[in-house]
Design a protein around this ligand. Structure first.
Ligand code: TIU
Length: 230
């Protein structure tokens, strides 16, 4: 692909330095903003977490989603979950934690982390619209056992804006996978969240440390300003 014309690049104030946003080759990737992680009675709850801690990421992510759509950027949503027969659920993932309620068990939002169940759905505030790929992933990383990379390469995407939950689990795993595949990742600090605020802070610090070893970190306000929406 030819180098982008520098006039098309919208610099975003980020750490450790400016992120060169180019809307035509950038995808907004929203990780696992599902009821199973954000609402009581889902998978996050079954793991013993206070799910209310994730809700702060909803409003800023909704604003970024709207701006990305307006800018004509590719938008991709991911959902963590499994086939109803659990044939794509690794036994190690199934037994991990020894919790009373496990993946596939019945809960108030249907079977936990199973595709097609209410809890597996993306929260209504961030619902995908027609034309936006939704990637169903059985693991923590969005590239593992999915067609995400093929979809991004097919659209000429080489940089990602990453939002979603949780910062140190599915967001981090995805950013690490993307980084090794040659994608530049900008993680939006207020559009990501964790059940553990200290892990959220540490996860973001790990991304931007060492000259941006895994990528860049910025507040959503910086992205909106870069897109002319701020
Ligand atoms: N438990 C936890 O923090 N996260 C997950 O299990 N999945 C995602 O991060 N999406």
């Amino acid at each position: 692909m030819p180098e982008p014309h520098t006039a098309d690049v919208r610099p975003v104030r980020a750490e450790p330095y400016e992120f060169p946003l180019l809307p035509a080759t950038t995808a907004l990737v929203i990780i696992d903003m599902q009821r199973d992680f954000l609402e009581p009675g889902g998978f996050g709850d079954a793991l013993g977490n206070d799910v209310s801690l994730l809700r702060a990421a909803i409003a800023p992510t909704a604003a970024v989603l709207e701006a990305a759509r307006r800018a004509g950027m590719t938008v991709v949503h991911t959902r963590e979950g499994h086939r109803s027969d659990l044939s794509d659920l690794a036994p190690a993932k199934h037994r991990r934690g020894n919790f009373a309620t496990k993946i596939g068990d019945a809960g108030p939002m249907g079977r936990i982390l199973v595709r097609g169940e209410a809890g597996h759905g993306i929260i209504p505030e961030l619902a995908p619209v027609a034309g936006e790929p939704v990637i169903d992933k059985p693991g923590k990383g969005a590239f593992f056992a999915t067609d995400l990379e093929a979809i991004l390469r097919g659209r000429g995407i080489d940089r990602l804006i990453v939002c979603g939950v949780t910062t140190e689990v599915c967001v981090h795993t995805t950013v690490r996978e993307a980084n090794d595949r040659g994608f530049d990742c900008l993680v939006l600090a207020d559009c990501t969240a964790s059940y553990f605020p200290e892990f959220h802070a540490a996860a973001l610090a790990m991304i931007r440390a060492q000259g941006g070893i895994f990528g860049w970190v910025a507040p959503s306000s910086a992205l909106l300003a870069g897109l002319g929406d701020g």
